[in-house]
Write a protein that binds this ligand. Structure first.
Ligand SMILES: NC(=O)c1ccc[n+]([C@@H]2O[C@H](COP(=O)([O-])OP(=O)(O)OC[C@H]3O[C@@H](n4cnc5c(N)ncnc54)[C@H](OP(=O)(O)O)[C@@H]3O)[C@@H](O)[C@H]2O)c1
Length: 300
């Protein structure tokens, strides 16, 4: 098969769409013929070497953490899904012709492959953030970084729970935030004041998606420091906020089932821009710029 790969750390120019060994489904896993795989910031962080802990590059690296496609192998112990089913979900090395998924849900028939592929990491991360913050109907949630992959999914998944959502973005994305149901505020100096003014009352929870605002500013908005959860500022824990990286606090199968239902009901709509696999570098460059609206997706 072909897979997106790199042999040396660097920028998007190190990417190659080239031959790779076929993966196979292990116990509890499925393999899919990939119809679309999304780009997440962790992909360009990985090729840059930032995730390597200072270790030199050994062998070939592969990329991608979510995808949508047609099941063509099921591993031992897998139930409830069969060869030929259309699914989306999360795995490793998904930016390839075949990918192994560790968690998945049935793709709603009305949902495009690229949209379904976008919902794996973004959807699971959103579900996790909202669950950790216990966001309920009537709560006011502030999302710092609401227009990108995780942010836009979280806006809509919080609205589906009946929450009021205030979200930050650049001015250029304010209309987009309004379109998906959030009250937009500009990020940067004075952010906390603007959020307070937009909330007009207490803020119950803060999800830090971008990891760029000083955590003390975010904590000043919340009823207590632990009601700030960050997915991108790993130092935030020192100030009493909570940090989640998706280990033991992740419930991926339940999260993806919830995401599939919201997609089917049009309560979660994901704006996508697609690129063929052999033009992945263009998508990576846009992702690396840090100003994505919705999701970037690679397709065969
Ligand atoms: N811990 C986890 O489990 C987990 C899971 C998934 C992702 N992540 C991390 O979470 C981060 C976001 O992921 P993503 O997929 O949503 O990224 P993305 O799609 O690239 O979106 C980034 C968003 O950040 C916004 N932004 C840029 N500068 C900002 C600032 N100073 N303040 C507030 N917002 C700002 C941008 O809005 P504008 O375009 O309007 O500037 C853009 O919409 C990445 O660092 C990623 O690695 C962590």
């Amino acid at each position: 098969m072909r897979a997106l790969q790199y042999r040396t750390y660097g920028g998007p120019e190190v990417l190659e769409w080239a031959e790779a060994p076929d993966p196979h489904a292990g116990p509890g896993q499925i393999r899919i013929v990939v119809r679309a795989a999304s780009v997440n910031p962790i992909d360009w962080k990985t090729i840059s070497g930032a995730m390597s802990g200072g270790e030199p590059m050994l062998g070939t690296g592969y990329l991608g953490y979510d995808a949508a496609g047609v099941v063509d192998e099921t591993g031992d112990g897998v139930t409830g899904v069969a060869v030929g089913d259309d699914v989306f979900g999360r795995g490793r090395n998904t930016q390839a012709q075949y990918a192994v998924l560790d968690s998945w849900a049935a793709k709603p028939p009305s949902i495009d492959w690229a949209v379904a592929a976008s919902a794996g990491v973004a959807g699971e991360t959103s579900e996790r953030g909202l669950r950790l913050l216990d966001v309920k109907a009537g709560d006011t949630l502030f999302i710092d970084g609401g227009a990108g992959g995780v942010g836009a999914a979280t806006v809509q998944m919080a609205l589906a729970r009946g929450a009021n959502v205030i979200a930050s973005s650049s001015e250029a994305n304010h209309d987009y935030l309004r379109e998906i149901g959030a009250t937009p505020v500009r990020y940067g100096q004075g952010l906390a004041e603007r959020v307070r003014a937009a909330a007009g009352g207490p803020v119950d929870a803060v999800l830090d998606v971008a990891g760029k605002t000083p955590v003390e500013d975010l904590i000043s908005l919340a009823p207590e420091p632990s009601q700030v959860v960050s997915i991108a500022n790993y130092a935030a824990g020192q100030d009493g906020a909570r940090v989640t990286g998706g280990g033991a606090d992740s419930q991926p199968m339940q999260a993806l089932a919830q995401v599939a239902e919201l997609l089917a009901q049009n309560k979660l709509v994901i704006k996508v821009q697609t690129f063929p696999f052999d033009r992945a570098a263009e998508a990576y460059r846009i992702s690396q710029s840090g100003h994505v609206r919705g999701k970037l997706v690679l397709v065969p």
